[in-house]
Design a protein around this ligand. Structure first.
Ligand SMILES: Nc1ncnc2c1ncn2[C@@H]1O[C@H](COP(=O)(O)OP(=O)(O)OP(=O)(O)O)[C@@H](O)[C@H]1O
Length: 507
């Protein structure tokens, strides 16, 4: 369905944005009509976030203009949803209206709660708006974020921009979010949806805009685009341009089945009993060398806390915690590194990188603590060659080892964090959302690198909200619910349906 009726609500013309030595957006134009859902896709670093940031007023453009039809409001939902987890939906909504400050103390303000219920009701069944949003399902949180983005505005017309909002949502939660988005579109709101998830893009959009290296290379009705053609636009294969993706490596072959669960075929690389900490409430887990074990579960199930707790990065207790058969009591990130345990966090902005350091320094980071003397000692030719090799292997763009990491796009930062964790072939590799926000080419590279690490004997743990990812690379998957392992799936039981059903506790 296309809604190109009347004038566009949002008209972007000749948008130009330059960073030192780089044109992030090269005269990009874009229209969004009332009721139209326009997706913007492109590889890591293609300019999507730069476009959103200019529209949000975070960056000033170097050229071009943005026009909004009279009376149109522009609203944003960013990837992290920007909710305060300890506050309720009602309080989060009040904060945005500016009525929250000073008024937060009375937790149950009736009018505030009634208003919040009214707002969320526009998007489906009403839920408890007075409990902390961290206890809501991710889909309910997304509804709070949408309600907040649109609340308090008196515009006669609206455009809503969603910047990778589904990254940590399960399939069924994505459906709830999309239902809300479709309702808004049906009421005449223009939607801009930025995402790496091509199946979602193809399922949701009326029109698809593709950016490549800062250029708009396609702007097509969605019904004229299939996945192959879309990947062609994204990578450059469609119009004969040089394909500059990472060498596309197929995901590892389906992994051969191991000995039945509970029968330790080989000594464990890591063994834990009764792990407690954060949202984990008593987890037993064995990781054997060469094995890739997935951890699934909805947000809040404990899934997201498992890798960091095993790494010693949070307060945790355990009845037994052994690494290669040896008790490991005084756990800390530094001690874990010393024992050959590596960790690539999902929240790279806070945990994975040192923002002030260059890409090269971040790639060599784990070793920094052990080197005495100044940075000069580390700047050996070998280190430079090594970081160059990793930037090429993981297709980090731009290929600038000496650029501050914070100036790379999100997906490219993620590639650097992964490259670092995988570089030293650790004994145990703990990964949280390893391909979140990463483009199609790099995903294949990362899966191949994980497969190689396992083939070399590394025990790998992958916590992920992406069921397809777990199915593609894992030998078995632990499904978390309420802080515990609700099920362990392997062999024929390891299906997308079972993963989701166990995650929700459905029959
Ligand atoms: N503040 C900055 N200074 C210098 N370069 C920047 C800055 N912000 C972004 N860039 C560069 O501009 C280009 C576009 O980045 P942008 O974040 O828009 O990409 P993206 O398409 O959103 O990527 P991703 O999918 O990884 O989020 C990248 O090469 C990035 O390194």
């Amino acid at each position: 369905m296309t809604h190109e009726i009347g004038e566009p609500l949002l008209r972007v013309r000749g948008m130009l944005k330059m960073f030192p030595g780089l044109v992030a957006l090269d005269r990009v134009s874009l229209d969004v009509h009332p009721g139209e859902i326009v997706s913007v896709v492109g590889q890591n670093g293609s300019g999507k976030s730069t476009l959103v940031k200019i529209l949000a007023g975070v960056y000033a453009a170097d050229g071009g203009r943005v026009e909004l039809a009279e009376g149109t409001g522009l609203h944003f939902i960013h990837q992290d949803l920007a909710l305060v987890p300890e506050l309720s939906a009602a309080e989060n909504l009040a904060l945005m209206r500016g009525t929250g400050a000073g008024g937060l103390a009375p937790f149950h303000d009736r009018r505030r709660s009634a208003r919040a219920r009214e707002l969320v009701a526009r998007f489906g069944p009403v839920f408890d708006v007075d409990v902390p949003v961290r206890t809501l399902t991710p889909a309910q949180r997304a509804v709070v974020a949408i309600s907040r983005a649109l609340d308090g505005w008196t515009h006669s017309a609206n455009v809503l921009l969603l910047d990778e909002p589904t990254e940590s949502l399960h399939r069924s939660e994505v459906d709830v979010l999309f239902e809300a988005v479709r309702r808004l579109a049906a009421d005449g709101t223009g939607i801009v949806f930025v995402s790496h998830r091509l199946d979602e893009v193809l399922g949701l959009s009326d029109r698809i805009v593709v950016l490549r290296d800062g250029h708009k290379v396609a702007d097509e009705p969605a019904h004229e685009v299939d996945e192959t053609r879309l990947i062609g636009f994204i990578t450059g294969a469609e119009d004969g341009a040089t394909v500059r993706t990472a060498p596309v490596v197929s995901p590892p072959e389906p992994r051969e089945e191991r000995a039945g669960d509970g029968a330790p075929a080989s000594p464990t690389a890591l063994s834990v009993r009764g792990l407690h900490g954060a949202s984990v409430e008593g987890l037993d887990l064995d990781l054997r060398p060469g094995e890739i074990v997935g951890v699934a579960g909805v947000l809040g199930s404990g899934r997201e806390a498992v890798p960091s707790l095993l790494y010693g990065a949070g307060e945790a207790s355990a009845d037994i915690f052994d690494v290669s058969g040896q008790p490991y009591a005084d756990r800390s990130p530094a001690a874990s590194l010393g024992r050959g345990i590596a960790f690539a966090p999902g929240d790279r902005a806070h945990l994975g990188i040192v923002r002030e350091f260059t890409a090269r320094e971040n790639l060599t980071l784990p070793q920094l603590g052990t080197v005495t003397g100044g940075l000069g000692r580390i700047l050996s030719r070998r280190e430079r060659a090594e970081s160059d090799r990793l930037l090429t292997e993981y297709d980090v763009r731009p290929h600038r080892a000496e650029q501050r990491i914070s100036l790379f796009s999100g997906g490219n930062q993620q590639k650097i964090v992964l490259a670092r964790a995988l570089r030293d072939r650790p004994r145990v590799l703990l990964l949280d959302e390893p391909t979140q926000g990463v483009d199609v080419g790099a995903k294949a590279t990362i899966y191949a690198a994980i497969g190689r690490a396992a083939a070399d004997g590394t025990a790998v743990l992958v916590s992920s909200s992406d069921a397809k990812e777990l199915l593609a690379i894992c030998d078995r998957v632990v499904v978390m619910r309420d802080g515990r392992a609700a099920a362990v799936l392997q062999g024929d039981d390891l299906t997308e349906h079972r993963l989701i059903a166990e995650g929700y506790g459905l029959p």
